[in-house]
Design a protein around this ligand. Structure first.
Ligand SMILES: *[C@@H]1O[C@H](CO)[C@@H](O)[C@H](O)[C@H]1NC(C)=O
Length: 355
């Protein structure tokens, strides 16, 4: 996609460069992102733990979560939602962050300890200078023995700027987004049964010490000489039907209360992946996904029922669900140049423009 050219004609190259530049400029203008309305922290959230490590901005539209030697920190939505779209712009801590995990996820584990549902985006800290990695996951009705992890890298450095991360959860599908690029879709089918999350969930954002597993399987721990580790959140979006989870599931509130809202969400632009969005998702998954449970036949000889086996993805993975040529190609890992990263940005902007 970065396309080497063999022509030595400088004029041609210049023309090509200009046309890419112009396409990119138009791409940015015409890339009508989802029409989202953002809320303040207090409109939608409340501290979850270690209030002293949560720093809200003066206008209440942003909040920083700190991790220091005393504690991590986290916030939670004040309401439970019966399906919805959950989103925030996030800027991750930079430099040495091994052992640090920043999580943005939905769950109802506080209400249903044994039969909880969960949808995760988890950023896994790293050694200074290494690219951040992250994973997505899903649990339904306590299916904790059936992890559905996928792991990826990003096409940008998430510690330099804010980027938008979103979780869509409807009765029909689940989509994880990074900057409006769909990176994973789970389409509900009957065979999944209650492994598909279906009870009201709240949104959580946390930063915590996961020294035991986060970085190289726990090899690198959090180093508190680099504290505080700060993850910044802004542009909060919570769109869903707020409910009392117990009443909702017990059927004591009228189920129709939420039907209109569920229908509304299912008809939003972010609930359908356009052909252009499919193309962008394919691009992302082929280039940045380095583990998928769907290709891990050691763990799941029969892939779980929601898995869609894509030949172009599958051929990159071993039967452990890991990439055939090491988890991350060394050449890319070591590459310092801005060139590759910038050309990936051009590619992704073009893809976004056609979504
Ligand atoms: C969820 O799991 C519990 C306990 O195993 C079970 O009783 C219940 O029927 C399950 N719920 C659904 C919707 O299948």
């Amino acid at each position: 996609m970065t396309g080497g050219t063999t022509t030595t004609n400088n004029n041609l190259l210049l023309l090509l460069y200009l046309s890419v530049l112009i396409t990119t400029l138009f791409a940015v203008v015409s890339n009508a992102a989802f029409n989202l309305s953002t809320i303040t922290f207090d409109d939608g959230y409340t501290p979850l733990f270690a209030d002293f490590n949560i720093k809200k901005s003066d206008d209440g539209r942003a909040a920083n979560l700190h991790l220091n030697k005393y504690a991590g920190s986290g916030f939670i939505s004040s309401q439970y939602y019966d399906y919805g779209f959950f989103s925030s712009k996030i800027k991750l801590p930079g430099d040495y962050t091994a052992g640090v995990v920043v999580a943005f996820y939905t769950s109802n584990g506080d209400v249903w300890e044994k039969t909880h549902d969960e949808l995760d985006i988890e950023f896994l800290g790293n050694l200074k200078g290494k690219p951040w990695r992250f994973q997505t996951n899903m649990y339904g009705n306590g299916s904790t023995s059936r992890g559905r992890e996928e792991r990826y890298r990003l096409w940008f450095d998430p510690t330099k700027d804010f980027h938008q991360y979103s979780i869509l959860w409807t009765r029909k599908n689940i989509i994880f987004y990074v900057d409006n690029v769909p990176i994973r879709e789970i389409v509900r089918n009957e065979a999944m049964g209650s492994d598909y999350p279906s009870k009201p969930m709240s949104l959580y954002a946390t930063i915590w010490d996961a020294s035991s597993w986060a970085t190289a399987g726990g090899k690198y721990k959090v180093k508190y000489e680099f504290e505080p580790f700060v993850s910044e959140f802004t542009d909060f979006v919570l769109d869903g039907c707020p409910v009392d989870p117990i009443e909702q599931v017990a059927g004591t509130t009228s189920a129709s209360d939420c039907t209109a809202k569920k229908d509304e969400i299912e008809n939003k632009d972010y609930s359908q992946i356009t052909p252009g969005g499919q193309k962008a998702m394919k691009w992302f998954r082929e280039k940045y996904m380095y583990y998928s449970y769907c290709y891990d036949t050691v763990r799941y000889p029969v892939p779980p029922p929601e898995c869609v086996i894509v030949a172009s993805e599958q051929e990159k993975f071993k039967e452990t669900g890991r990439l055939k040529f090491g988890s991350i190609p060394k050449r890319q890992r070591r590459r310092k140049g801005r060139g590759r990263r910038q050309s990936n940005n051009v590619v992704v902007k073009e893809l976004q423009a056609n979504m």
